[in-house]
Design a protein around this ligand. Sequence first.
Ligand code: HSE
Length: 299
Amino acid sequence: MIRVRVPASSANLGPGFDAVGVALRLYNTLELEEAEAPAIEVRGEGEGTLPRAPSHLAYRAALAVVERAGRRARRPRAFRLVQHNRIPLARGLGSSAAAILGGAVAANALLGRPLDAQALLDLASEIEGHPDNAAPALLGGLVACARTPDGVRWTRIAAPPLAVVLAVPDLAVSTEEARRLLPSQVPFADAVFNVTRTALLVAALAAGRTDVLDEATRDRLHQPYRARLIPGLEQVFDAARRAGAHGVALSGSGPSVLAFGDAPGIGDAMAAAFRAAGYGCRTLAVQIDTDGAVVESAT
Ligand code: HSE
């Protein structure tokens, strides 16, 4: 039996749409072993709602590894898979990427590691459609990435020792829907705005320059369009800034909001703003994860 731990992740960080993501110390674990017939259990987040059939994302990813390994590995008949979920679902915290990577990394370990990290990342990005959650979930830390016809090109940056506060409202947003809302064209000035902020963001995080994070997390490419799906978003951003956050952004496609900083009132301020918009909200103070997906035990 293989047990894998996979971190949550926050993609985009404001301007870095589909390009930047960070792993967070909030983990799902997944156990995988060979079986005569598919058997899937889900505990914690998604228990009772996620499919307990081979359509389960982690199971699909495990099968995809078997396919991609081809003749380099034997073909198990089926798997028994148990998922212990702590990452909230449909909240922009990379639960899908964590499921995919959990299944893929576990199956790869079970088969004697026929795929390397690059191949696992390519496979996960193909299943998910974008690499900016899968890359940090696999590699840990802060990852800049780009999909190309030849696979994902990526660079992992040593994670800055920065505290993160997440506001997770009682509202589900599907990434598909949040992507459908985006325009097919944007003004050149908005594209330039995001190029400059993304460069600033990556350099600021690498250098630990919290003083520029407020400007570096500003975005014009996706957050303004997605705000329709997330009542109170601007107010939550303002509340975080007033409470002392260095920078604040929609986490992935939302609805969770990520704030950089450890000022004591940041979480409460964001939660109060979400509540004023009509949504219950929990907050989580987390650090950046630097390990990525880890095989914890193999027996
Ligand atoms: N970059 C993706 C998006 C991340 O914003 O749609 C989804 O979590």
